[in-house]
Design a protein around this ligand. Structure first.
Ligand code: ZN
Length: 630
């Protein structure tokens, strides 16, 4: 008994010592004290999250851009707290006159915002006008005060009717794409996330870093006039009710085909594709997703196939591209999307693509949604592969994983940037493999425009957002893989994904999982790269020739620990590459020496940072006195 108590005390001491390495605010500390999260990186024994299932009917009039909808939400409070109000997001209000935002909206694209036409809670009608005591409007959100508190484990039914005018220009994520095509995102009032760390997440949406939603089932009916085709999150449930027989058959064939099939091509008559009803009702369903988006057009082409992504269950995924016939690059996108999904399913992360479909829609953005991508057209085919792969990679982060992008954009953009970099390196024969924003970061890291990655994404603008959401975390994953080796690295990432799939991991859940699974304490590395100001710079300080070879001295000038990549050129023309992983800096040393045992004569030694940020490359090489030894 005494021994086991001692052991427990000892174990607690070790955990505390480890945790004390990483700065943590009291909201996170409280989540460990309440055991909603575990210090080993697992969800805690009392981890909880709330859930909202949506049934939506939405009409879009392509001529006027008027969108109107009604929804029926079943919300379950799994938290231990009694909720007295719900926080409802109205992200479409980012286009409302006077709303602060991160992007420019032309005067003519500003709107009156979303009109709430009616609300019922458990069938009780709630007043929605400006005098209503039940509603507090706060820019893109409103607080809905509940007529009766929602107890722990309680469930409520919320019905909302609304309408707004979709922006015709100033496209940011959503809006009109051309005269008769639209990509529609964030179109429905939705309940914000109430979680174990922050309670209601009221981080203001101003045009980016928006994803943080409860998981739920979506049953959505999109109502559009005849001749308009609808693409959306999930699977179309009623193809026979909306397509004429020829197109039902083509769609069915493509869903089962290993080859890419043209479902709608240039020779098709756009008036002979859909059922000729004044309004067609397109019914989609998606299970356990965190968002829903759709797109419409009456003249887009459509290609797709349904390859098996999970041989274990012989499960097929319908992967397609819908595009304007003048978008030359998009004729390749169905294939690029398919290749990207194959890579993700079999290599990294090596988890079969977790959804039944993926549609890449030729819109005006570079943006991801569950099972939908809104990508503009580009001429550079390498970039088209990179972009397509990047946006589809988001299927895992933030969607499969339930990341809080609004606070930790690096947890999805960093992983997606690492993912598209891997795919481009593996599949792009022309070798295009840059990391988003890395080149600019390499140039700018000597200026005081950067902050630590852990700074809440909502507080970041411009450079600081781009470097910390994309470039730095992607480089960090390269460094971590270099340290752990590819096999262990993938194993750790998959365990992290397995633990937190369909949940809401925090940065500490990632760090703690890496520590626990590797059996290492990498807090020194997390601390430097995520919590502290810094830049990367290694310097080749000295090379001494001795009786057995050469002693090389490297100085860590910048605070960020970096792996060592040395290129050694010998007099006889041979070239040797020597790599040391980042653990050479683990003890906090600023200087590292290594010996190259050789009888040959070295002519030149150079640090080759490749994709690693090295702020001063002038200190990266030494030419040696290469006279023969006396
Ligand atoms: Zn991204």
């Amino acid at each position: 008994m005494k021994y086991s108590l001692l052991f427990v005390l000892f174990a607690v001491h070790i955990c505390t010592a480890q945790d004390s390495g990483l700065y943590m605010t009291p909201n996170f500390k409280a989540s460990y004290a309440r055991q909603t999260r575990s210090r080993d990186g697992n969800p805690g024994p009392v981890y909880w999250q709330n859930r909202a299932d949506y049934r939506i009917e939405v009409s879009l009039d392509p001529a006027s851009g008027l969108l109107s909808g009604q929804e029926d939400i079943v919300y379950v409070n799994n938290s231990p707290d009694t909720l007295r109000y719900l926080l409802i997001h109205l992200f479409a209000n980012v286009y409302k006159k006077g709303t602060p935002r991160d992007f420019i909206v032309r005067y003519e694209d500003e709107s009156e915002g979303v009109s709430i036409d009616g609300i019922k809670i458990n069938n009780l009608t709630i007043g929605t006008d400006s005098t209503s005591k039940s509603i507090d409007y706060i820019h893109n959100d409103f607080k809905l005060h509940l007529p009766a508190p929602l107890d722990p484990q309680g469930k409520l039914n919320l019905q909302i009717a609304w309408h707004y005018s979709v922006n015709k220009g100033s496209h940011m994520r959503t809006g009109k794409v051309d005269s008769t095509s639209y990509f529609i995102a964030y179109f429905f009032p939705r309940i914000a996330v109430y979680d174990d760390i922050d309670g209601w997440n009221d981080f203001f949406y101003s045009g980016r870093a928006e994803f943080y939603n409860d998981f739920g089932n979506f049953q959505v009916t999109v109502k559009v006039p005849e001749n308009f085709v609808v693409w959306a999150t999930g699977i179309l449930q009623n193809p026979e009710a909306v397509f004429l027989p020829e197109y039902q058959q083509r769609l069915q064939k493509a869903r089962q085909s290993d080859q890419i099939i043209p479902i709608i091509d240039e020779s098709d008559d756009p008036h002979q594709i859909t059922r000729q009803h004044a309004i067609n009702n397109w019914k989609f369903e998606a299970a356990d997703v965190s968002d829903f988006a759709f797109a419409i057009s009456d003249h887009y082409l459509w290609q797709g196939s349904g390859p098996v992504v999970d041989p274990a269950g012989n499960r097929r995924v319908f992967i397609s591209a819908a595009f304007n016939r003048h978008a030359g690059d998009f004729y390749e996108v169905a294939r690029l999307a398919r290749e990207a999904i194959h890579f993700m399913s079999t290599d990294f992360p090596g988890i079969p693509y977790p959804y039944p479909s993926m549609t890449v829609f030729n819109g005006l953005d570079e943006m991801e949604y569950p099972m939908m991508v809104n990508d503009m057209s580009f001429k550079d085919s390498s970039y088209v592969r990179k972009l397509t792969s990047h946006e589809i990679f988001h299927s895992y982060f933030p969607f499969y994983m339930g990341i809080n992008e609004s606070k930790y954009a690096w947890m999805d953009e960093g992983f997606a940037s690492y993912g598209d970099y891997l795919i481009s390196r593996a599949l792009d024969k022309s070798g295009y493999c840059s990391i988003y924003y890395l080149d600019r970061y390499k140039e700018n890291q000597i200026y005081d425009v950067d902050v630590p990655i852990m700074v809440n994404s909502k507080l970041l603008k411009k450079y600081a957002y781009h470097y910390n959401a994309y470039a730095k975390p992607a480089v960090f994953l390269i460094i971590l893989r270099d340290l752990l080796g590819d096999t262990v690295f993938k194993h750790v990432i998959r365990i992290y994904m397995d633990r937190w799939q369909g949940k809401h991991p925090s940065p500490y859940d990632f760090f703690n999982t890496v520590n626990q699974i590797t059996g290492k304490n990498l807090n020194w590395l997390f601390k430097a790269w995520f919590f502290e100001f810094g830049y990367g710079d290694l310097a080749l300080r000295d090379v001494q020739r001795g009786p057995d070879g050469y002693v090389i001295t490297i100085e860590k000038v910048g605070p960020f620990p970096l792996p060592l990549r040395l290129k050694i050129a010998y007099m006889d023309g041979n070239v040797q590459f020597l790599n040391k992983n980042v653990s050479i800096w683990e003890e906090g040393n600023k200087v590292y020496t290594l010996t190259v045992e050789t009888n040959e004569i070295i002519k030149r030694i150079e640090l080759v940072p490749d994709e690693l940020p090295d702020a001063d490359i002038r200190n990266n090489s030494i030419e040696l006195d290469s006279r023969p030894r006396q």
